[in-house]
Design a protein around this ligand. Structure first.
Ligand SMILES: Cc1cc2nc3c(=O)[nH]c(=O)nc-3n(C[C@H](O)[C@H](O)[C@H](O)COP(=O)(O)O)c2cc1C
Length: 201
């Protein structure tokens, strides 16, 4: 079986963002593994307007060309790592918008989470898990939460995330889980499309 293709998504876009630091950190760890292929995806490269289509693309194809390009990119992957902050205890709006701009492309695929902030974006990630369920995704139990003094030390104290060695074990556990679900659901998607094709033949 081919390696699962995993997208690591930088989920904030503001000019002074911190998000790419943890994204590059988890990307390097995932890219060193032999059991998955990874790509870093930056929402800045998909500047979509606030959702302005007649319906979700589950029902009506999107007219916006950036949205179409985003949907094609999302469709390329078998699993996702959302690297996210929390904005006022919620999901950054740009991430929610990007999630809303696709639907079938997310279905039956797993999602894992790397959060950063005062509580490691745990509150935002719990909301994100619920959104993922509605998108018919499988959220992993394990996430990586860069929080409190550790977050401050990296954000403003000049510390490298690599120096937080306990996070390595945590990241491995999360990626192991993501790999398991990605591989299992790749097989299941293939089988179910065969079953569906047979049923309609
Ligand atoms: C609009 C806004 C709201 C924020 N709300 C929270 C919050 O609820 N909890 C928290 O821990 N940090 C909060 N912060 C601080 C962020 O954790 C910190 O700025 C982080 O770097 C934001 O991610 P970004 O740099 O990738 O945009 C907030 C920051 C912004 C800009």
């Amino acid at each position: 079986m081919a390696n699962p293709r995993i997208a690591i998504i930088i989920s904030t876009t503001r000019a002074a963002r911190f998000g790419e630091k943890p994204a590059k950190w988890i990307h390097a760890i995932a890219a060193a593994r032999k059991d998955m292929s990874v790509e870093l995806i930056d929402l800045r490269e998909y500047p979509m307007p606030f959702f302005d289509e007649p319906a979700s693309n589950a029902w009506v194809p999107s007219a916006n060309e950036v949205a179409q390009r985003w949907q094609r990119k999302v469709a390329e992957f078998d699993g996702y790592v959302f690297v996210t902050a929390e904005y006022n205890h919620g999901i950054p709006a740009v991430l929610k918008n990007a999630l809303d701009y696709a639907y079938p492309e997310w279905n039956r695929k797993p999602a894992a989470f790397v959060g950063y902030g005062s509580v490691g974006a745990a509150r935002s990630i719990e909301q994100l898990r619920l959104v993922c369920v509605e998108l018919q995704m499988a959220p992993t139990r394990t996430g990586v939460y860069i929080q409190g003094g550790d977050f401050m030390a990296v954000w403003q104290g000049g510390k490298d995330i690599e120096e937080l060695s306990y996070l390595q074990k945590n990241a491995k556990e999360m990626l192991d889980e993501l790999r398991w679900w990605s591989a299992a659901l790749m097989v299941a998607r293939t089988k179910s499309s065969t079953v569906e094709a047979t049923a309609t033949a």
